[in-house]
Design a protein. Structure first.
Length: 108
């Protein structure tokens, strides 16, 4: 399996009350539990099932993911900039593995 790697794009600067787009992508195989490996064995289900974003420790976005989500899920959402701070992104998969990333944004 490839290395699971989260990526995200957050504007470094935003104006007060500006609506910015937050973009994320995580490299994850999202195995549905229906595919077989080269030996014919079923690959166990392993998907990211929860995505949570906090800004300055306050939850601003969350999403439950289902097996129909594609490999390497891309998620984007709008955010209204009010104050400077840090986004904390967290993805959780079926195994309980957590992948996280932080990005800062300055509001002026």
């Amino acid at each position: 399996m490839s290395k699971i790697k989260p990526r995200g794009k957050v504007p470094k600067k935003a104006a007060i009350d500006e609506i910015v787009e937050i973009k994320t992508l995580i490299r994850h195989p999202m195995h549905s539990g229906r595919m077989k490996d080269k030996n014919g064995k079923i690959i166990p289900k392993r998907i990211i099932n929860k995505f949570v974003v906090k800004f300055n420790n306050e939850e601003v976005f969350n999403m439950n993911l289902e097996p129909s989500i594609s490999t390497n899920p891309y998620i984007a959402f709008p955010f209204k900039a009010k104050v400077s701070g840090t986004f904390d992104f967290q993805w959780i998969d079926d195994n309980g593995d957590k992948y996280s990333m932080k990005r800062k944004m300055t509001v002026a």
